[in-house]
Design a protein around this ligand. Structure first.
Ligand code: PRX
Length: 644
């Protein structure tokens, strides 16, 4: 791994929101007086009805975590009303770029966005949605997605956004887990040259969701979709008829803002709960600091709002900071692999934030797709979602950023609410592939397997956080025990991230990947248990085990080892059936790259599948230690396994 250091460009150290020395001062201030630090950030960044006087209350040990608990505020007010009241209503809040470059972009000013949000909030209210009720949002990347989120926030309803490519059954399970009253969806969507049948999936899901009372349907492609009388309602019709005045609901800082599902290492997805005051403070703080954001600049985070990155850096962080946000409906490859850079040129994007998987795919297509487009407006480039390797990092810096733009490799998680470890563009010399240092206010540590903090700068172990921060999750919806077991109980007093990490002698953090059974495929978290369950739903399958294997484009890809029931034989046709089933149950991102039919799986004496061995087989390596295997013959069988 390259340990070369890239200095901060001089133009940055002079102008950045936080320069090198100021960064040190901020870091020390946050360490010495965390409560004072966070209360002052919360008051500086947000507008409160009742400004908080308290920072953190509670304890990481018992999981009773509260931030700014005597403060009250409203997230939609902070993202909209206050900017309009301060005279910025005519500034553009969202530039929406459609899937097809031949179609016209849409621009929504802060005033227009507020109008839409107030109307949508009134529509939800009229449907009986109130404070604490759950609303599920199943939309593609269209402005209505941000409008729906902010409308929920306005009336204190808790939104749960489900990624628009998720299957009907994934949608159903998420609706049932949180008991949503209303579902907001669209007729159909576009992703490249494919159309996505959203309403159809929503209908299939809602056949088994007793809590759903109404489905609001946004007309987007104009596809002819059946509307179920009484239950289904037209978004446009109701918004047009609704009043454009809806006062924001004052919320206690600790009241939930949203639930977002993420894969767990076992069992069903976890509904990560984020609260209003802490989350919004943290999203605004990190957006300003890491991206050096200044009003007037065009900020583009390519993530979908179905993921946390879209929540924090398409909607809440940037809008709280009065940014102009670019929202893109489509994919990086349509109509060609230059689409990202064509959009950068067209909308004069200043800050660009994407995932390493996209960079790997684009780099593989060659520089010609990049250099034909004007990128002179770009100032900062960011990545998120998985470790970035040196070749992609160098390409991003040299080719995309023309060597001018600092790269912020941001490490964080759905559970952390915002970025925890990242360079600051004006302060941190970078090393390709390292997320560098924790942000001011974040106490990252490296633990050994026994939970001891490794004190030397040079250390390898488990990444944990030794003190709460405002953006931290507060719960797993409906499953307090799982929240405690997953994050807080393994090492009392620490939040356990589930990632392995190496800290080099200069104190730089290098994230080495998950230490649990979660795979990261094209930046999407997928639990091995979820995929194994989906494979097991095929009538010919007796048992399955999956592992993530290295892939040049998607980072990790899924390889499945499948034992068939007696009377069935492995064939390409059967492999395809199983793959289609998994894609249908979970979503197309859970594609099985390889399926190997095998008569046995390697298990320990306690019955745990030895994934390490499966990975060795799948990646064609020499097998590691097999002494703890229950049935060593299983290994021979595995090697013989038919690869389809
Ligand atoms: O393994 C880490 C990886 O993504 C995981 C979190 O995934 P998710 O909750 O879906 O959130 C993704 C977007 C915030 C982490 O546990 N990860 C995220 N960012 C990085 C990363 N790994 C290495 N470097 C990163 N910059």
């Amino acid at each position: 791994m390259s340990e070369k250091t890239c200095a901060v460009p001089p133009a940055f150290s002079a102008h950045h929101v936080v320069s090198g020395e100021a960064y040190q001062a901020l870091y020390q201030q946050a360490l010495a007086d965390p409560d004072g630090f966070w209360v002052s950030q919360a008051r500086r960044l947000l507008t409160w009805y009742q400004p908080p006087t308290k920072g953190f209350s509670g304890s990481l040990r018992d999981g009773n975590i509260r931030w700014f608990e005597d403060g009250t505020l409203n997230a939609s007010f902070n993202c909209l009303d206050r900017h309009v009241a301060a005279g910025h209503g005519d500034e553009v809040a969202i530039i929406w770029e459609p899937n097809d470059p031949k179609d016209a972009p849409r621009r929504l000013t802060y005033l227009q966005l507020l109008d839409r949000v107030e109307r949508a909030a009134n529509v939800l209210k009229a449907l009986g949605v109130g404070k604490g009720d759950r609303v599920c949002i199943y939309l593609q990347m269209i402005p209505e997605l941000a409008i729906a989120m902010l409308a929920c926030a306005r009336i204190g309803a808790i939104h749960s956004v489900v990624f628009g490519a998720f299957s009907a059954s994934a949608l159903r399970d998420r609706i049932n887990d949180c008991g949503a009253k209303v579902l907001i969806t669209q007729d159909a969507g576009w992703r490249g040259n494919k159309s996505v049948t959203m309403k159809q999936s929503a209908d299939a899901a809602c056949a088994e969701t007793p809590s759903i009372e109404h489905v609001l349907v946004v007309k987007h492609t104009g596809a002819d979709v059946p509307m179920q009388p009484e239950r289904d309602l037209s978004w446009e019709g109701l918004l047009a008829a609704a009043s454009a005045t809806c006062p924001p609901e004052p919320m206690d800082a600790e009241q939930p803002l949203f639930i977002l599902y993420t894969s767990g290492s076992t069992g069903k997805p976890k509904g990560v709960v984020h609260t209003t005051g802490g989350y919004l403070t943290y999203a605004a703080y990190t957006h300003e600091l890491v991206f050096d954001y200044r009003p007037g600049e065009v900020f583009w985070c390519t993530a979908d709002c179905g993921w946390i990155t879209g929540h924090s850096y398409v909607v809440y962080g940037p809008l709280a900071n009065r940014a102009t946000v670019l929202m893109y409906e489509g994919v990086p490859s349509y109509p060609d692999f230059g689409r990202f850079w064509q959009i950068v040129a067209k909308h004069r994007v200043n800050i660009f934030y994407t995932a390493p998987t996209a960079l790997r795919a684009l780099r593989a297509k060659g520089d010609a797709f990049v250099i034909g487009h004007d990128r002179s407006t770009l100032r900062i480039l960011g990545t998120v979602g998985e470790p970035i390797k040196a070749p992609e990092w160098e390409w991003y810096r040299a080719v995309v950023g023309e060597g001018r733009c600092p790269i912020v490799d941001t490490w964080w998680q759905t559970e952390t609410g915002g970025i925890l470890i990242s360079p600051l563009p004006g302060a941190t010399p970078t090393k390709p592939g390292s997320a560098t240092f924790p942000l001011p206010g974040v106490r990252a540590v490296v633990l050994d397997e026994a939970g001891n903090e490794l004190g030397d700068p040079k250390a390898t172990g488990l990444l944990a956080i030794a003190a709460s921060w405002p953006g931290m999750l507060r719960d797993i919806w409906g499953d307090r025990a799982r929240f405690l077991q997953t994050y807080l109980q393994p090492f009392p007093g620490y939040y356990l991230t589930g990632d392995g990490c190496r800290r080099d002698p200069d104190g730089y953090y290098w994230i080495t990947g998950r230490v649990d059974d979660i795979m990261i495929v094209s930046g999407h978290n997928i639990g091995t248990a979820e995929v194994e369950g989906a494979i097991g739903a095929h009538p010919a399958v007796a048992e399955a085990a999956v592992v993530g294997i290295a892939d040049d484009i998607t980072g990790q890809a899924i390889c499945a080892f499948v034992i068939l029931k007696a009377g069935h034989e492995g064939s390409p046709g059967l492999a395809d059936e199983i793959n289609q089933l998994v894609r249908k149950i979970i979503g197309p991102h859970a594609n099985l790259k390889q399926i190997r039919f095998t008569p046995a799986l390697p298990k320990t004496r306690s019955g745990k599948i030895m994934r390490r061995l499966l990975r060795d087989v799948a990646e064609g390596r020499e097998l590691g230690d097999v002494t703890t295997l229950e049935d060593p013959a299983a290994v021979a069988a595995l090697i013989e396994a038919v690869r389809v």
